[in-house]
Design a protein around this ligand. Structure first.
Ligand code: NAP
Ligand code: MG
Length: 482
């Protein structure tokens, strides 16, 4: 067992007190166990919190540029291992090489970005209302950050939580998703090799209900950042806010792409195909509803169906058009939604079948398209988290916006149009944390805020960019007189 198959607590790679491990299978070939990780208990999680708490004051007192240097050094180490980490990501999570490599690069870029941001860290100084008084503000770390991450971006999401938390002087405990913990373990290994002081970063794998629960509720945790499903996220939020912790939870989506009558059809097809079927539809920002103007509707349905049928599905390491689902549960959930959509009367155009033959040992499904999807159908309303596109006809632009907003979620919305006024109106009216004009709903810049509205997010703080600095810090206001 190598270091990264262990927990990392107080600067040591350790085994869980349970003595048990959990196997991670290759989603493209489930007969292969890729790695095993610690099946930790609440007790293991509590030890990690204690280590982070003990290290908190001294890390907070470490000059910010020095904290940045550790991140910069770690970024370089990850960069040297980029190919190795890309393969690890593919073999645990399943996405294709072409999807995994930019994700690893993104984690590297995030570490470099916050390494520099650490130097900007400070406050403001202002004149005051009387005498020789001066007022200023300064940012201070929150303390111990509890981070809980999903499997679908198993290196980028841990990176975009760990880096700003550390740069701003917090210590960290992190629990990655059990199905693909390896890439997060590699971030921790790089920080260890970069010389991060003991206890500043702690890593524990194990069930969400045990480890995640401790990381979101323990008295010594000051701030909680969660990304994952709505069901778990709202539970984490309720549990953590009871103790007045600062919490952010970023959750599911049901992202629309509105195709207006002026849209370039080819461009619309490119955008929807990439948004719906990229990363096997397993993105919180995936396009899952195409809302198409009546004039383009029939042709759009025909052509997007052809596009879906042309996607070659296969093992991510062979870099096909689309990889497998991550595990049995996600596979079954997608197949179930396909059945439900048929039963509810949506028109099945193509796909949604388990791939047999050579690929029968992997969690492969063909990309699916349904048309005539009404707003009262589950396929219109619920997050599938698989390669299933629902297409709905809109009478006009107003109807399209109404359909786009007819959702409890609001993460990333696209509009495809050649009409600037309509583009602006869409930006104004759509209920969504991210809006993209003539771009796919997936894919984000790392230095601008990211997060959703409505049930997608607790609407507390955004992630990424300066928003993450705000989340992991608190402001102290100083009145200075002589
Ligand atoms: P999930 O099932 O909610 O799990 C997320 C994390 O929470 C995992 O680490 C999980 O651990 C942990 N967890 C489970 N039960 C817990 C509990 N009771 N207390 C504390 N933690 C607990 O989500 P997922 O299946 O990994 O990820 C897919 C979901 O994430 C989708 O809904 C997707 O939309 C969403 N997502 C959202 C964003 C965004 O920024 N909005 C980005 C990416 C993904 P275990 O793995 O051990 O169960
Ligand atoms: Mg899940």
């Amino acid at each position: 067992m190598t270091d990264t198959n262990r927990n990392y607590v107080g600067g040591e790679w350790t085994d869980a007190e349970t003595g048990e491990t959990i196997d991670v299978h290759n989603p493209a070939d489930t007969t292969t166990v890729v790695n095993s990780y610690q099946n930790s208990s609440a007790e293991d999680a509590e030890e990690a919190v204690a280590a982070a708490d003990e290290a908190a004051d001294s890390w907070a007192d470490t000059p910010a540029p020095e904290r940045g240097s550790v991140l910069r050094e770690a970024a370089g180490i990850i960069e040297d291992r980029k190919d190795e980490l890309t393969e690890l990501l593919v073999s645990e999570e399943g996405k294709t090489r072409s999807e995994a490599a930019p994700e690893v690069q993104r984690a590297i870029d995030i570490f470099y970005y916050y390494a520099e941001k650490a130097m900007d860290y400070g406050g403001t100084i202002k004149g005051a209302s009387g005498g020789r008084r001066q007022v200023s503000t300064r940012k201070e770390p929150q303390g111990v950050a509890g981070l809980i991450t999903p499997w679908n971006y198993p290196i980028a999401i841990p990176a975009w939580k760990i880096a700003p938390a550390l740069a701003t002087g917090n210590t960290v405990v992190i629990k990655p998703a059990s199905v693909a913990p390896g890439p997060a373990a590699e971030l921790v290994r790089a920080l260890d090799e970069a010389g991060i002081p003991d206890g500043v970063i702690n890593f524990v794998t194990g069930p969400g209900s045990e480890v995640g629960d401790v990381f979101s509720t323990h008295d010594d945790i000051d701030v909680v950042s969660f990304t994952g499903s709505s069901e778990v996220g709202h539970h984490v939020y309720d549990a953590a806010t009871e103790d007045v912790k600062r919490v952010q939870a970023e959750m599911g989506g049901k992202n629309p792409a509105v195709i207006t009558e002026s849209a370039d059809l080819e461009q619309a097809l490119d955008i929807v195909e990439a948004g719906a079927f990229g990363v096997t539809g397993q993105a919180c920002t995936a396009t899952s509803r195409a809302i198409v103007h009546t004039d383009l509707y029939d042709e759009f349905v025909e052509r997007i169906t052809e596009r879906a049928e042309a996607i070659d599905v296969g093992p991510g390491l062979e870099d096909p058009g689309m990889g497998p689902h991550v595990n049995q549960g996600e596979l079954e959930s997608t197949l179930e939604y396909v059945d439900v959509a048929k039963t509810e009367g949506a028109t099945h155009q193509t796909g949604g079948e388990r791939v047999e033959g050579d690929l029968e040992d992997g969690y492969f499904v063909t990309p699916a398209v349904f048309s005539d999807v009404d707003p009262d159908m589950r396929l219109f309303r619920e997050e599938v988290f698989g390669p299933v596109l629902a297409v709905t006809e809109a009478e006009d632009f107003d109807h399209a916006v109404e359909l786009a907003n007819d959702s409890e979620f609001g993460l990333s919305a696209s509009v495809v149009t050649d009409d600037l006024a309509q583009a602006n109106e869409f930006v104004d009216r759509v209920e969504s944390g991210v809006v993209k004009v003539n771009e796919k709903s997936t894919g984000l810049e790392l230095h601008v805020p990211f997060g959703g509205v409505k049930r997608t997010s607790t609407n507390t703080y955004r992630e990424q960019g300066d928003a993450a600095i705000d989340f992991y810090t608190q402001t102290k206001t100083v009145y200075l007189n002589d």
